[in-house]
Write a protein that binds this ligand. Structure first.
Ligand SMILES: [Zn+2]
Length: 61
């Protein structure tokens, strides 16, 4: 989900346009935490892979 598709709850405008302070704050936060937004997905994938490896290891014995 990208910034362009977000609608502000305060001014009902696209957050990307930055019509109000809430928009600008949200937009800044999104752009600031942009690369970090991938991290939870990577962590989730890592946990899933680890669980699969552990299950495979226990399944073989
Ligand atoms: Zn707004």
């Amino acid at each position: 989900m990208s910034c362009e598709h977000l609608i502000c709850a305060r001014c009902a405008g696209p957050v990307v346009e930055g019509r109000c302070a809430t928009c600008r704050a949200a937009r800044a936060e999104i752009h600031h935490s942009g690369p970090l937004a991938i991290s939870p997905i990577l962590i989730g994938a890592l946990i899933l892979a680890l669980t699969f490896v552990i299950a495979l290891k226990f399944g073989l014995h």
